[in-house]
Design a protein around this ligand. Structure first.
Ligand SMILES: Cc1ncc(COP(=O)(O)O)c(C=O)c1O
Length: 378
């Protein structure tokens, strides 16, 4: 099940210990070359044809769909996680007196749209406080009630990797008729996600973290029941028959099939789409389950060593395998991440935890370096 270190596919010098994919993953050599090729199309535009506006987007949409056990028709191409949550909030109805369930310290792109929607509808926001025992799922299941209209969650918490059982939450949402919206930016690509099992209404992931793709791209799953909804933009390519450039001013009422109506403007994105495609292909080649098993083993080893230094973390069963948030007895010391970066060890601090978020390019030597520097700084 384990993937041997894939360092050779990346440009990471031996003396750099990079444990910061929750912040920004590196592009692989292949993804960089794809970007170079993509950007050069605009250098020689006479080599670009109308079909190019469609073929690569469709191929990329299909790979993303296969990663989550969906159909390409269910996928919209978006520029950011916030665009996906905005599509969801523009389409899910909410009445006065209903509520929206969120987690404490959830990432803002999956919070602000709900604050605004709740304000507009005179609905209530229920924020679940961080559980002392790290068990989010029972608290979420308890919070969802007959008045819940929307449950907006991650798959794991972006500060410390605290894991949520989305299959159980999805079932509870269906029992009360609430819509489930997932921001999977901190897990998709490394933690298996099956839309048939979870049955979310919307799920979005930006590509620049665990999908190892470019910044300013993402994908949004839209469940078939929402395929007739209102897009955020009314562009040309999203409309029926847009493949025929000579007929674009024969204005039409109908849209392209499925979730394509929600695609962002200029979604063909000739520079970045090949980068996203190369990154998704690489992940599918490794296999998401294998990546998760490999990173779980890596973070478990780090957690054990950290425990011996008096640093805590969430129990392995209650956190995502790719994500470790280290807790310090008196809080994360000021300036620790910057001091570690000065020594070429890259981590980040969010909320109460120091995030250690590895990938398959990490080596045992990176872990040794992490602790050599950590022990010297604490
Ligand atoms: C959970 C989560 N969602 C989304 C994002 C990025 O959001 P956006 O694509 O809206 O900039 C981040 C970035 O840190 C994140 O941690």
């Amino acid at each position: 099940m384990m993937i041997p270190s894939q360092r050779h596919l990346f440009d990471i010098p031996e003396d750099v210990a990079y444990f910061n994919c929750a912040y920004m993953s590196p592009l692989s050599h292949v993804a960089l070359a794809a970007g170079d090729m993509g950007l050069r199309r605009k250098y020689n535009p006479w080599k670009m044809f109308p079909a190019d506006f469609f073929t690569e987007s469709e191929a990329t949409r299909a790979v993303f769909a296969s990663m989550i056990n969906a159909s390409a028709d269910d996928i919209a191409i978006v520029p950011a996680a916030s665009y996906g949550t905005a599509i969801a909030s523009a389409n899910i109805p909410l009445a006065s007196g209903q509520n929206i369930v969120l987690l404490d310290e959830q990432f803002p792109s999956n919070v602000y749209p709900w604050f605004e929607q709740a304000k507009a509808a005179s609905a209530e926001i229920i924020t679940i406080a961080r559980p002392i025992d790290d068990q989010w799922t029972p608290l979420i299941l308890d919070a969802i009630n007959d008045k819940t209209g929307i449950v907006a969650l991650p798959h794991c918490h972006w500060t410390d990797g605290g894991l949520i059982d989305l299959v159980a939450v999805g079932k509870r949402c269906r029992e009360v008729g609430a819509a489930l919206v997932i921001d999977a930016t901190q897990s998709l690509g490394v933690l298996p996600f099956d839309v048939q099992a979870i049955q979310p209404d919307f799920m979005v992931a930006a590509t620049y973290k665990w999908l190892m793709g470019p910044y300013t791209m993402g994908f949004c799953y839209v469940a078939p029941k929402w395929h007739d909804g209102r897009p955020l933009e009314e562009g040309w390519i999203q409309r029926g028959g847009s493949e025929d450039f000579s007929g674009l001013v024969d204005y039409r009422e109908d849209y392209q099939a499925g979730a394509r109506r929600y695609d962002m403007g200029e979604r063909a994105n000739f520079a970045l789409m090949p980068v996203a495609k190369a990154a998704l292909d690489m992940i599918m080649d490794w296999g998401v389950e294998k990546i998760q098993a490999t990173l779980r083993s890596r973070t478990n080893t780090i957690a054990e060593h950290a425990k011996a230094l008096g640093l805590g973390s969430i129990d392995p069963d209650l956190r995502a395998g790719h994500f470790l948030g280290l807790r310090f007895p008196k809080g994360v010391p000021d300036g620790l991440a910057a001091k570690m970066a000065d020594n070429n060890v890259f981590v980040s601090v969010r909320g109460p935890a120091m995030r250690i978020t590895p990938h398959v390019f990490n080596t045992d030597a990176d872990v040794d370096k992490l602790f050599a520097v950590l022990e010297q700084e604490i």
